[in-house]
Design a protein around this ligand. Structure first.
Ligand code: FE
Ligand code: FE
Ligand code: ZN
Length: 271
């Protein structure tokens, strides 16, 4: 969905697609501009969410944000954006905001993790209602968040860890080397051991164009990638996951997503 659309328009679109939850960008995903919404717009958004019983709304911070960066100008900008967007999305009554932990670009994961911790600590007041979600990453380049241990290390350093949870991206974990195709139970047991399943608040549901453990981040439409429809249905129907909100990030437009949702609902017997 386009950030240029109003909030209410986005929610209306979601309902038309026969979805029951939505993800939106907190601001321009590849830039830094954002729209401010009027009280009336926000009220209408709330009304549509309520009337249609939409599940938790997820805001996604810009892809360009790098809270692990050793470059002062990049880091300071990331600190400002994450702080502003947590507050802005919290103000809109949005339940969760997800961001990519960042890329260390050569200083190593440990120093990158320290930067992320400091960035989150300056951004959070502890009084928010919104939960900040760290996304599991594929590990392309010098990305942090490729292992559950790295995500745990970030959370362990926080002043307000209770404000921070995890968003699991099926494409990313598969590309990172977590075998959700052949050993979903094992992956969930490991997640539970290292992070605790109670921290899992959202699933990004994507197939992967790239093979297992490739450390490449290329989303495929559901059933058309290396993960496959059977494995993704097992994720959706898993007793430990089925109550979570699922968000599609497949390379389709609104019309395509409507069809994809219809296909998934059919397979799940919700048709
Ligand atoms: Fe993401
Ligand atoms: Fe994702
Ligand atoms: Zn991705």
């Amino acid at each position: 969905m386009s950030i240029a659309d109003g909030l209410a328009k986005m929610a209306e679109n979601v309902v038309k697609m026969n979805a029951n939850t939505m993800q939106m960008f907190s601001r321009n995903p590849r830039g830094s501009s954002y729209k401010t919404y009027s009280e009336a717009e926000n009220a209408k958004f709330g009304q549509i969410r309520k009337e249609n019983h939409l599940g938790p709304v997820l805001a996604h911070a810009p892809y360009t944000l790098n809270l692990a960066s050793p470059k002062p100008e990049v880091y300071e900008f990331a600190c400002m954006v994450i702080k502003e967007d947590i507050a802005r999305m919290d103000g809109l009554g949005i339940e969760n905001i997800v961001f990519h932990p960042g890329s260390h670009t050569g200083i190593g994961p440990d120093k990158g993790i320290q930067n992320i911790i400091a960035g989150l600590n300056q951004a959070l007041t502890g009084k928010e209602n919104i939960t900040v979600l760290l996304e599991t990453m594929s590990g392309k380049g010098t990305e942090i968040g490729v292992s559950f241990d790295e995500l745990r290390a970030i959370r362990d350093g926080l002043k307000y860890p209770e404000r921070v949870g995890i968003c699991l991206d099926t494409c990313h974990v598969f590309a990172a080397g977590y075998d959700i195709v052949n050993n979903l139970d094992g992956v969930l047991a490991e997640f539970d051991r290292i992070l605790g399943l109670d921290l899992l608040r959202a699933i990004h549901l994507n197939d992967s164009m790239m093979p297992f453990a490739s450390h490449k981040d290329r989303h495929a439409t559901i059933g058309d990638g290396e993960i496959g429809i059977e494995a993704l249905l097992r994720v959706m129907e898993h007793p430990l996951l089925r109550e979570l909100p699922f968000y599609l990030e497949t390379p389709l437009d609104d019309k395509g997503h409507k069809k994809e949702i219809e296909m998934i609902r059919g397979k799940l017997g919700e048709g």
